[in-house]
Design a protein around this ligand. Structure first.
Ligand code: NAD
Ligand code: UD9
Length: 452
């Protein structure tokens, strides 16, 4: 009765979370709340010190939650040897792509840290990072073996991809977790562990099945966003409003899920995870044409937005070169401060390279580096600036934006179609059926002078 699963069942297992970011910190706090001793290992000293001071850096976890976990024994540390008394290891370190190739370097290093420090008894290793299908077999197990562990024997191995959704409407415990193991013993141990913190686990037959599940979830989302982006560009040409059609299609009670056209696809998941599949396909000499093309469509949206600004200014007798814009929203999606892969960065870069000057507003983002320059976006929309610029460009619909403040704008390019019609100025919307109209006629309020 000294197997790791037994220790988990008795809740006298020590849980180690490796990687204390958007995924790892909530995991650590939930296992602490569930009554487990928790060790949190991270290589970022600043993050560890913040946690030890009871301070959170993750939007969905407040300081009080961190302090409660600390009071219950949660031990954030940068010392890997603090792992030596742990029984179950949850690894949630960054993964991504570099030059379209999967970057699994952090997974390798974290797995090595676990192997080098795990105690000389049966332990459980659960991969939580999003990886390419087969990575547990090809990277994690060999790394454990190369560093003195026996996968499947003294180290049970499973894969349980995180579905946590920062800023989302679902609570952590409400989101079912898929758990893949290559043996019943490994799958059962991991399922038992995760059932301590979520209401539902979904066991699948292998680690590969769980890895593919996660990548499929996010590839499905990326491809369907690309579909509505392509439809939006088409709708602009045929003079029919795309969003109205998508919204109407959403009334079909089955067989359709509505997505929203936008200025591009950002974040660390949706533009990234599908590239694990396309890379894998190309490795075998097979292209996943649909996934590759969908990614390309989404990548084309920032330029489409800049072209729309240029066309809207031209319809008013103005040039993009020398124009001034107030850009609303820098993060990759509403109500988050994360700028990873944000389309706003590409759009702002492109505007600058085409001679426009931009002023950024984002209440969620303290500072952002664009083209090597560190910029601190304004916190709120300044009506005076609205009057001064040639165009207000809305990229991200943060809840805290008050659009009344832009009522004096001469031109608004609205990529999210959230500016109300009573706005009064000239509003150009992504996917708007009236695009053909404003392209061909001078906008009634258009000044005939050059840009300010
Ligand atoms: N953020 C999300 O909403 C989300 C959702 C689902 C899945 N994921 C996946 O989870 C994984 C982690 O993502 P995240 O958003 O938490 O990343 P993050 O960057 O917020 O946090 C990762 C943490 O790991 C630490 N780290 C890096 N290398 C390490 C190492 N060798 N040993 C110990 N710590 C190390 C970093 O210092 C950082 O604090 C990624 O694979 C991501 O795709 C993220
Ligand atoms: C656990 C996990 O992996 N969770 C992921 C996470 O993904 P995420 O945080 O990256 O957020 P997304 O909402 O996918 O946005 C990504 C980009 O796509 C743009 N977009 C989105 C929808 C749309 O209709 N049109 C768009 O243009 C948006 O602006 C942004 O730039 O949460 C999603 C649920 O929110 C999950 O499904 C998804 O698995």
């Amino acid at each position: 009765m000294n197997g790791v699963r037994d220790r988990i069942i008795r809740a006298d297992a020590t849980v180690a979370v490796v990687g204390l970011g958007y995924v790892g910190l909530p995991l650590a706090c939930h296992f602490s709340e569930a009554g487990f001793d928790v060790v949190g290992f991270d290589i970022d000293l600043d993050r560890v010190e913040q946690l030890r001071d009871g301070t959170s850096y993750v939007e969905d976890i407040d300081d009080e939650t961190v302090q409660q976990a600390i009071d219950q024994g949660f031990e954030p540390t940068t010392y890997a040897n603090a792992l030596e008394e742990s029984d179950a290891f949850l690894v949630a370190v960054p993964t991504g792509v570099e030059q379209s190739e999967p970057d699994m370097s952090a997974v390798r290093k974290a797995t090595k840290s676990v192997a080098e420090n795990a105690p000389d008894r049966e332990v459980l290793f659960v991969g939580c990072s999003t990886v390419y299908p087969g990575a547990t077999e090809e990277i994690i197990r060999p790394t454990l073996r190369e560093n003195g562990r026996r996968p499947g024997e003294d180290t049970l191995v499973a894969f349980a991809p995180e579905r946590i959704n920062p800023g989302g409407s679902y609570d952590f415990e409400e989101i079912p977790i898929v758990v893949g193991g290559d043996s019943d013993e490994e799958r059962d141990a991991a399922t038992t562990l995760l059932e301590a913190v979520v209401e539902e686990t979904v066991p699948v037959e292998s680690t590969g099945a769980a890895e593919l599940t996660k990548v499929v979830e996010n590839t499905y989302r990326m491809v369907n966003i690309a579909l509505v982006n392509e439809v939006a560009k088409h709708a602009e040409e045929i003079g029919i409003d795309a969003r109205g059609a998508i919204e109407a299609a959403g009334t079909k009670p089955f067989g359709f899920q509505a997505f929203s056209p936008g200025p591009g696809v950002g974040g660390h998941c949706i533009p990234v995870d599908p590239q694990f599949l396309t890379w894998q396909g190309r490795q075998d000499g097979r292209k996943l044409d649909l996934v590759e093309q969908a990614h390309a469509i989404n990548e084309s949206m920032p330029n489409h937005v800049v072209d729309s600004v240029e066309t809207a200014l031209a319809a008013r007798g103005q040039s993009l070169d020398g124009s001034s814009l107030l850009v609303l929203g820098v993060s990759y999606k509403p109500n988050v401060g994360d700028v990873r892969n944000s389309p706003a960065l590409d759009i702002t870069n492109s505007l600058s390279s085409r001679g426009a000057t931009t002023k950024l507003v984002d209440p969620q983002v303290d500072r952002v580096t664009i083209d090597g320059a560190t910029i601190e976006p304004d916190n709120q929309i300044d009506p005076e600036t609205v009057q001064e610029v040639d165009t207000v460009l809305l990229l991200v619909d943060h809840d805290t934006f008050e659009y009344e403040t832009i009522s004096g704008a001469e031109l608004v390019v609205d990529t999210q179609a959230v500016i109300p019609d009573e706005f009064g100025g000239a509003v150009v919307r992504l996917g708007d059926g009236r695009t053909t109209e404003w392209r061909s006629e001078q906008v009634s309020t258009a000044p005939q002078t050059s840009s300010k």
